[in-house]
Write a protein that binds this ligand. Structure first.
Ligand code: PFF
Length: 467
């Protein structure tokens, strides 16, 4: 049996879950997905998915997680077997270990890019004086593996060192444990991120028309690109799939991460309000900060090219232009990418913790042995990913299969497990145990019928349109 770990404070668990949710998904993936799926058209399925999938499944995960946690189970296979007493249930739980772990393998690479960019701002190599050219080209050169066969050719510095540092930092916090590592870090990181992002938001929204020869490329147009719906795109199932995939990815819902975090709560800790608070924080970061910063910047400085920058690439190509137009751009450039780096760490920690919990609980390992073995596995995986991702599109493909497609299956398993096995009456009662708010029973009906139905329809429409 695993050692007993628990969150120290109520705000600590909320910040940890919000920390898991707020990450590169909010600042890079969301703008990238919105730009390549029709801007305003994307926002409609996005909000529908938030209401039908994101919020209900998030509550289901919090509820099941705490329920299983107080019975001594923290890893997804254990949690699933408490919820569903059949033998096969725990095997579905292994999916909830594998998917976050595979995401970690590429996520940590992008995390290290953020740190690299932050350092490049510190030494001035990303400022207009030393880099007057196109930041998209800079980015492509930075991520492209050397055609000459050199292992890591990114940009102008020793990327391998930065990747290793990022890796070790993650494992340092994981090794320190749930309270002293994850919770302590998130309590400092989350407020810091809001302040840094707000500063950059104000700069973007006051840019006006920074390109003298193209007055139409201005902030208002940029906001229009995000909010004006292009209804034709709504007929494309890909838009709906991308929007719901983004909701899952961004909220960290459906991955087995929230069940794991919630399992470290006490019997009477509130889950209803905590879940809603963490979700709202995530949406604030995603729509109000990530979207409103990156999309206008991309519209102004990259124009139509922004649709093609890859899921994670847009922010790296667009934002340096903002800093080039900002007094103190060097320091703000540093702060922005450093903020992304911190946001990414609070998320990547949550991809590792479920596997650690499994190693401790299922294999009886001590924490340091669990961390060491996981470190080795993840390092091999990340090396593999970095080696094979010759360009950013390779990461996009991986991200699509793991971050969007596989997650449909896992989300479906969780919706059925909650709505049909755990039971919505029991779920309703459990959700309100220690709760500070009342959630209408309609939510439970939605979880049982509407959520799985919506998942099936989108998935079938997508498969059908691709055959
Ligand atoms: N929610 C994180 C983000 O938006 O960057 C990414 C993430 C965290 C995905 C945890 C999956 C996961 F299990």
């Amino acid at each position: 049996m695993a050692q007993k770990e628990q969150w120290g404070t109520r705000i600590g668990v909320i910040l940890a879950v919000a920390g898991s949710a707020v990450g590169l998904g909010n600042f890079l993936r969301f703008p990238g997905q919105a730009a390549s799926n029709g801007g305003g058209a994307f926002m409609i399925p996005y909000f529908i998915s938030l209401l039908i999938l994101g919020i209900p499944l998030c509550w289901a995960e919090w509820t099941m997680g705490r329920y299983a946690g107080i019975r001594g189970f923290h890893s997804a296979p254990g949690i699933f077997s408490v919820i569903c007493r059949r033998r096969g249930a725990r095997y579905f739980g292994t999916l909830a270990l594998l998917i976050p772990l595979i995401i970690y393998m590429y996520y940590v690479v992008i995390e290290a890019w953020c740190l690299s960019y932050a350092i490049s701002y510190l030494d001035g190599s990303l400022m207009p004086e030393s880099n007057p050219g196109d930041y998209g080209e800079y980015f492509n050169a930075f991520v492209g593996m050397g055609a000459d066969g050199s292992l890591f050719q990114p940009g102008h510095r020793d990327f391998l060192g930065i990747l290793i540092f990022t890796f070790v930092l993650n494992f340092f916090f994981i090794y320190r444990g749930v309270t002293k590592g994850i919770e302590a870090f998130c309590r400092v990181a989350m407020p810091l991120m809001v302040v840094l992002a707000l500063i950059v938001l104000v700069r973007v929204l006051t840019l006006g028309s920074p390109l003298p020869d193209q007055p139409d490329r201005n902030v208002v147009g940029g906001l229009g690109a995000m909010w004006n719906p292009n209804f034709a795109k709504l007929a494309d199932p890909q838009t709906w799939l991308a929007a719901s995939g983004q909701i899952f990815f961004s909220l960290s819902v459906g991955f087995g991460v929230i069940v794991n975090y919630a399992s470290y709560m006490r019997r009477n800790d509130d889950v209803a309000l905590s879940g809603l608070t963490a979700t709202s924080m995530n949406e604030f970061f995603e729509v109000c900060l990530g979207g409103m910063i990156t999309l206008p910047a991309a519209f102004i400085f990259l124009g139509a090219a922004s649709q093609d920058m890859g899921t994670f690439g847009l922010g790296f190509s667009a934002l340096p232009n903002v800093f080039a137009h900002m007094p103190g751009g060097q320091i703000f450039g540093f702060l922005w990418f450093f903020m992304l780096f911190i946001a990414a760490i609070t998320s990547s920690l949550s991809m590792l913790q479920p596997v650690i919990a499994f190693f401790e609980e299922g294999l009886g390992l001590k924490r340091h042995a669990a961390a060491a073995i996981l470190g080795l596995l993840a390092a091999i995986g990340s090396g593999f990913v970095t080696w094979f991702s010759k360009d950013i599109k390779a990461l996009d493909t991986l991200d699509f299969w793991v971050g969007t497609a596989a997650i449909f299956v896992l989300a479906m398993v969780q919706a059925i497990m909650y709505g049909w096995v755990f039971g919505i009456e029991r779920g309703h009662k459990e959700l309100h145990e220690g709760s500070h708010i009342r959630v209408p029973f309609a939510l439970q009906i939605m979880l049982k019928y509407v959520t799985p139905f919506y998942l099936i329809v989108i998935f079938c429409a997508f498969c059908y349109s691709n055959v």
